[in-house]
Design a protein around this ligand. Structure first.
Ligand SMILES: Cc1ncc(COP(=O)(O)OP(=O)(O)O)c(N)n1
Ligand SMILES: Cc1ncsc1CCOP(=O)(O)O
Ligand SMILES: [Mg+2]
Length: 210
């Protein structure tokens, strides 16, 4: 499936204070987020189901796809896209289970190349952390924008890790199709404005590239 990944919001329940998750996502979509991933490490499948259903309501009619992090059962049950990493479900199996109509992406670490079957299963890959981040404690050190160009580019590449609008511009200039952000939107006082600033930066950098 072709996905618009220009500004890809990855959620984190630990950020945003008292503000409900749905309120942040709704504002971020108004601001210009083009894809949303429900990421809630440590949540039980039933918690993920509840949260995903709420986010589906928020996204209904917007055209913005919802993915879930790590959980093939939740993606399968609710017809969501899926993001997987190193120790997660195999994307080739996930594609067989989920079909062609949802977005599937995978984190690529250490310059790993894609096998042919992975390439055809995946809609995008993610590289990071491009800049240092405190959002994911096991993310490792910053890999820098050079890693974007060095990543297998047979699928669209999304940059993640420490992204703000200025860095979003740099990531796109280095070859990314879009940026994935957690704290820049989830922890923002005004998530709509934060998303709009990121979207403007990405669109500007994409236009400058073409
Ligand atoms: C868009 C995007 N990029 C990278 C990740 C990280 O995935 P992973 O390496 O599996 O780590 P966890 O998110 O599961 O902690 C992501 N979720 N989304
Ligand atoms: C989930 C994930 N994967 C690599 S870095 C990261 C966290 C990025 O969070 P932030 O945008 O707050 O730096
Ligand atoms: Mg994972």
């Amino acid at each position: 499936m072709t996905a618009d990944l220009r500004v890809y919001l990855v959620t984190d329940p630990a950020l945003g204070g008292e503000r409900p998750l749905e309120a942040t996502v709704e504002a971020a979509v108004v601001g210009g987020v083009t894809a949303v991933q429900l990421r809630h490490k440590g949540a039980s499948p039933s918690e993920l189901f509840v949260e995903a259903r709420r986010l589906l309501q928020v996204l209904d009619g917007t055209g913005v796809p919802l993915l879930v992090n790590d959980s093939l059962p939740v993606a399968t049950e609710l017809g969501l896209g899926l993001h997987v990493g190193r120790a997660d479900p195999d994307p080739v199996l996930a594609r067989q289970v989920l079909g062609r109509d949802v977005v599937i992406g995978m984190s690529l670490y250490g310059g790993r190349r894609l096998a042919d079957d992975e390439r055809s299963a995946l809609d995008y890959t993610a590289v990071g952390p491009v800049w240092a981040t405190s959002t994911k404690s096991d993310a490792g050190g910053a890999v820098g924008t050079g890693a974007i160009g060095a990543t297998d580019r047979s699928r669209p590449v999304v940059a993640i890790g420490g992204i703000d609008p200025d860095r979003a511009r740099q990531a796109v200039a280095a070859g990314a199709s879009g940026v994935a952000v957690v704290s820049a939107v989830m922890a923002a006082a005004d998530p709509r404005a934060a998303a709009a600033a990121l979207r403007a930066a990405v669109d500007e950098a994409l236009a400058a590239r073409s």
